[in-house]
Design a protein around this ligand. Structure first.
Ligand code: AGP
Length: 614
C-alpha cells in the first residue's frame, strides 16, 4: 500500500531514493518523505503531504548529502495524510528513523505503555509508536538496533515492511517484513531496498526477496545477513530480476494507463509465448501438467481475488463450467477469509492477483491451505508473495503494470484462464477437436484483433466526449460479457469518479431499470453468441424508456447498430474469447472520459495499486 525505498553504498543516496519513490508512487501518493544520514553525521528527515514532486520541492536548498537513506511514499491508514503523519517517523531522541508499509494492530497498547513512561508522540500513526518502541527497547536492553528491532517485532501484531536507520551507524539499514513485500538488491559495495523490484532493476540484477518474519542486516561493508524473529539465520536465496527499464517509462504516451492499453497486442503475445507448441496446435501449461491429477479430479474450483482480478475470476467461472464441466465458485478474498468456507477434498483454489501482494487474497490463500486445499496462483509480479505462497501457478507475463487501473493485467489473466480451461478440457476429453482448434486459432490471432480495436481509438474518444457530462452510467452484458460489463464500470469509476454500475443485462428489469432516463447512458455489450437475441430485448427496454445506448457489437452487426445511439465494433470470435476483445473499448472509453474530466488517470484519488492492508 505504501512504497519503501532504501540505499546504502558509495553513491549519493538522495537521487536514487527520489527516483525509486517515483517508480513506487503507484503504491500510494498521499505524502512522501526521506531520511538520510548526512556527510556530517546528522539524521536529516524531510517529509511533506502530497506527491513525491512536493517532497523534491520541499527538500530544495536543504542538506541532501549522504550515502545512506530510506524513503517512503504513503497511502494513509492511521492518521490523515499530512506533514506530521508522513513517513519517516523518528524516535524522540532523534536517533532512529523508520519507514513502514502495513498496519501495527496493537499499537494502542504499546503507545499507552510508552506514554506512561513519559514518551510523547507527534503524529497519529501506528508507525511512530513502532519507532519509539524500538528506541525504548534499545535503551532498556543496551542492545544493537538489529536486536531492538527483533525484540519489538516479536511483540507487535500486524503487517509490516519496515526499514530503520540509526544516526550513529552510517553503514547499516535494518529491514524486516511480515505480510508486506520487501526486496533487497545486491550490488558491488552497495545495497538497494524496495517494496518491489521496479526502483532497483536499473542498478542491479541480483535480488533477495525477504520472507515473512525475516529481518535483514544491510551493511555496506558486509555480506547481507538475514535472520528470523527467533534469531535463526536464513539462507540467502539470490534471484535474478528480468525487468526492462523501458517497461517502467511512459514511452511517449501521456499516461501509463494509455500505454498499457496500447501494449495489449504485445502483452497477449508475451502471455501465450512458449505456451503454445511450435505447430500452433496445442496449449502447454507446465503448472497444469505438473498437477494433472489435481485438475483432472477437481471436484470444484474456487476463485479468490479482489477488484479487477475478481472480475477475471468471474470469467474463469464461465470458462471452467463451459469448457471443463467443473463446478466453480468465485469469492471475494476479503469475504472468503472471514467466513468459515467449506473446503472439501478435491477442491482446487485459484488465486488471481496482478501484484501478488493483495493482503486479502494472501489471507484467503493461507486459509485455503490450512483447510487442505491445493492452491494455484495466477500472478503478474514474479517472486511476489502470492506467487510464493501458492503450491503452483502460471504467470501472466504482461510486464510491470504501473497505472492504478488494471488493463493489460486483466487481459493477461483472462488469457491464462482461457489456456488453463483449454488444457483441462482437453485432458478431460470435454472439448471437440474443432472447438479446440478454433479457440486456439483465434487466441493466436488475438493480438491482431486487439490492434484492430485500438485503431478505432479516435472514434471511441469522440463518443467519450459526448458522454463526459454524465453523472451515472450503466454497463450491461450477459454470459461471458457480464463480468466484462462489471469490469468496464469499475474502470470508469476508479479513474473518472463517475458512478457506474455493471449488471447482468437481464437482471436490469428487476430493479436497476428504474434508474434509466435520458441522463443515464447505458453501455451494452451485445456481441454475437448464445445470448445475443436476449440482449437485443434488453436494449429495447432501455430505448423504450428514453435511455441512450452505446453498444459494443461485432463487425457487420445489423440489428443492434440500428437500435443503439452509438456503436463500437469488435471482431467476432468464439464466445469464450469475447471478454478479451469487449474489454478493450471499455478501457479506452473510461480513459478518455477521465482525461476529459481532468482526472489524474494513473493515480486516481484514494486508490493505490496494491492493497497490502485490509
Ligand atoms: C483495478 O483496476 C484495481 N485498481 C483493483 O481493483 C485491483 O484489481 C485489486 O486491488 C486487486 O489487485 P491485485 O490484482 O494486485 O490483487
Amino acid at each position: 500500500m505504501c512504497g519503501i525505498v532504501g540505499y546504502v553504498g558509495d553513491k549519493n543516496a538522495y537521487p536514487i531514493l527520489i527516483k525509486g519513490l517515483h517508480r513506487l508512487e503507484y503504491r500510494g501518493y498521499d505524502s512522501a518523505g526521506v531520511a538520510m544520514i548526512s556527510d556530517e553525521g546528522r539524521l536529516n528527515v524531510y517529509k511533506t503531504k502530497g506527491k513525491v514532486s512536493a517532497l523534491e520541492h520541499y527538500a530544495e536548498n536543504k542538506d541532501i548529502s549522504g550515502t545512506i537513506g530510506i524513503a517512503h511514499t504513503r497511502w494513509a491508514t492511521h492518521g490523515e495524510p499530512n506533514d506530521l503523519n508522513a513517513h519517516p517517523h523518528y524516535s524522540e531522541n532523534g536517533s532512529i528513523a523508520l519507514i513502514h508499509n502495513g498496519i501495527i494492530e496493537n499499537y494502542g497498547v504499546i503507545k499507552t505503555m510508552l506514554s506512561e513512561k513519559g514518551y510523547t508522540f507527534r503524529s497519529d500513526t501506528d508507525t511512530e509508536v513502532l519507532v519509539q518502541f524500538i528506541a525504548y527497547l534499545r535503551a532498556e536492553n543496551h542492545c544493537t538496533l538489529f536486536e531492538a528491532v527483533q525484540a519489538a517485532l516479536n511483540q507487535v501484531i500486524g503487517a509490516y515492511a519496515i526499514a530503520v536507520l540509526d544516526k550513529d551507524n552510517r553503514d547499516e539499514i535494518i529491514a524486516a517484513r511480515k505480510s508486506s513485500p520487501l526486496v533487497v538488491g545486491i550490488g558491488e559495495g552497495e545495497y538497494f531496498l524496495a517494496s518491489d523490484a521496479t526502483p532497483i532493476c536499473e542498478y542491479v540484477k541480483d535480488v533477495v526477496y525477504l520472507n515473512d518474519g525475516e529481518i535483514a542486516i544491510i551493511n555496506r561493508h558486509k555480506p547481507l545477513k538475514v535472520y528470523n524473529l527467533n534469531n535463526i539465520e536464513s539462507k540467502i536465496d539470490i534471484r535474478k530480476i528480468e525487468m526492462n527499464i523501458s517497461e517502467l517509462e511512459k514511452g511517449g504516451y501521456p499516461h501509463f494507463m494509455l500505454k498499457e492499453i496500447f501494449e495489449q497486442p504485445r502483452t497477449i503475445t508475451d502471455c501465450i509465448r512458449g505456451r503454445i507448441n511450435l505447430e500452433g496446435t496445442n496449449v502447454i501449461l507446465s503448472g497444469i501438467l505438473d498437477n494433472k491429477d489435481k485438475f483432472l479430479n477437481a471436484r470444484r474450483i474456487i476463485f479468490v481475488a479482489c477488484g479487477t482480478s475478481w472480475h477475471a475470476g468471474l470469467i474463469g467461472e464461465y470458462l471452467f463450467e463451459d469448457l471443463c464441466g467443473i463446478e466453480v465458485k468465485v469469492e471475494y478474498a476479503s469475504e472468503f477469509r472471514y467466513r468459515n468456507p467449506v473446503i472439501q477434498p478435491g477442491d482446487v483454489v485459484i488465486a488471481i492477483s496482478q501484484s501478488g501482494e493483495t493482503a486479502d487474497t494472501l489471507a484467503a490463500i493461507e486459509l485455503a491451505k490450512s483447510k487442505g486445499a491445493f492452491v494455484y496462483g495466477i500472478c503478474n509480479v514474479v517472486g511476489s508473495s502470492i506467487a510464493r505462497a501458492t503450491h503452483s501457478g502460471t504467470y501472466i507475463h504482461v510486464g510491470p503494470e504501473i497505472g492504478v487501473a488494471s488493463t493489460k493485467a486483466f487481459t493477461g489473466q483472462v488469457t491464462v484462464l482461457v489456456m488453463m480451461a483449454m488444457v483441462i478440457a482437453e485432458m478431460k476429453g470435454r472439448i471437440s477437436k474443432d472447438k479446440y482448434e478454433a479457440v486456439l486459432r483465434e487466441l493466436l490471432a488475438m493480438p491482431e484483433s486487439i490492434k484492430h480495436i485500438l485503431a478505432q481509438h479516435e472514434h471511441i474518444k469522440d463518443i467519450a466526449a459526448i458522454f463526459t457530462y454524465a453523472r451515472n452510467f450503466l454497463y450491461l452484458g450477459r454470459g461471458y460479457n457480464y463480468p466484462t460489463a462489471m469490469e468496464g464500470a469499475l474502470k470508469l469509476k476508479e479513474i473518472s469518479y463517475i458512478h457506474a454500475e455493471g449488471c447482468p443485462a437481464a437482471e436490469m428489469k428487476h430493479g436497476t431499470i428504474a434508474l434509466i432516463d435520458n441522463e443515464m447512458p447505458t453501455i451494452v455489450i451485445a456481441t454475437n453468441g448464445s445470448v445475443y437475441e436476449k440482449t437485443i430485448s434488453n436494449i429495447q427496454e432501455i430505448k423504450a424508456r428514453g435511455g441512450k445506448v452505446i453498444a459494443v457489437v461485432n463487425e457487420g452487426d445489423e440489428i443492434v447498430s440500428k437500435m443503439a445511439d452509438y456503436c463500437i465494433c469488435v471482431p467476432s470470435v468464439e464466445e469464450c474469447l469475447t471478454p478479451l476483445l469487449s474489454s478493450i473499448p471499455l478501457q479506452l472509453f473510461a480513459y478518455y472520459i477521465a482525461v476529459n474530466k481532468g482526472r489524474n488517470v494513473d493515480q486516481p484519488r484514494n486508490l493505490a495499486k496494491s492493497v497490502t492492508v485490509e
